[in-house]
Write a protein that binds this ligand. Structure first.
Ligand code: 9MG
Length: 279
């Protein structure tokens, strides 16, 4: 299975890729806006590469439940200088975490290779035309609702089946817009319009999505469902985040999105070493 993202190609099976999170937001839920300043964001990104990040995911709009939307101009002001700078400094692919086609276009023009689209549940195809034009990689993430509404009353008859149906339908629409299947990775969107029960069902059912023959990306890092289950505050959620990452790799996930790159790389390499011995 191949994932293409402009000049980058990843052939699976291979060791899982770790995607390091670079938040360029003043209200980031887990770094408290520490990396809002673009020089600090670049420094943080370089540190994540040193820690073993295979991809950097750069975002300028908080996606936590209830977060206020930011304007296109503000998002561009936050992320483009960081991407421009990193494009000249690192060899790993840069992903832009955005819901806005104009931000995706500017980020790709500035040197990004992947669009991480948490709003792949969109109705219009403007984002997909941009991805197609640049032959970029594209993360289709499932979300019920929007970051403002998604946690109000998430409802599914069968969350695993419905997310699978969503992926199949998106793959058809993306192909119709000129985005080839091998540009696409799939993400169940843990925490995006899901109760604790839905998140656990999706984690438990992750293996079922491997039949779609696309790389699976998982983001669980420090998320609130961990706090709901275990009562852990944001700063104390690393062990549970690592447990989910390892289980996801065992279930066939190929990309793990995380704030804690060094720890995640170590946990995943250990998991893979044991899996390699399975008869
Ligand atoms: C931006 N963002 C926050 N959480 C995420 C997740 O779980 N997956 C992806 N693809 N992006 C996310």
């Amino acid at each position: 299975m191949l994932l293409r993202a402009r000049q980058f190609e990843f052939m699976f099976p291979r060791p899982a890729l770790v995607m390091g999170i670079v938040n360029v937001t003043p209200d980031s839920f887990s770094d408290g806006g520490q990396f809002f300043d673009s020089a600090k964001a670049v420094a943080r990104a370089l540190e994540l590469v040193e820690h073993g990040a295979d991809i950097l995911d750069i975002g300028g709009e908080s996606t936590r439940p209830g977060a206020a939307p930011v304007s296109e101009a503000e998002e561009l002001r936050r992320v483009i200088p960081v991407i421009e700078k990193l494009a000249g400094l690192v060899k790993v692919p840069l992903s832009v975490d955005t819901m806005k086609p104009a931000v995706a276009r500017a980020a790709l023009a500035a040197g990004a290779s992947i669009v991480n689209d948490i709003a792949a549940n969109r109705a219009d195809d403007a984002m997909w035309r941009v991805v197609s034009g640049f032959r970029a990689g594209y993360v289709v993430m499932h979300m019920q609702g929007t970051p403002q509404t998604m946690q109000a009353n998430p409802t599914y008859a069968d969350v695993v089946r419905e997310v699978g149906d969503f992926f199949r339908e998106r793959l058809r629409r993306l192909t119709a817009c000129g985005v080839a299947a091998d540009q696409v990775a799939l993400d169940v969107g843990i925490g995006f319009g899901k109760t604790l029960g839905h998140n656990l069902q999706l984690l438990g059912g992750l293996r079922s999505f491997t039949k779609l023959q696309r790389p699976l990306l998982l983001g669980v890092s420090r998320k609130s469902f961990i706090g709901k289950l275990l009562g852990a505050g944001v700063a104390a959620r690393l062990p549970a985040s690592l447990a989910c990452a390892c289980l996801a790799v065992e279930a066939g996930a190929q990309i793990v999105r995380t704030h804690d790159v060094a720890e995640t790389v170590q946990a995943i390499r250990m998991t893979e070493a044991v899996l390699a011995q399975k008869k």
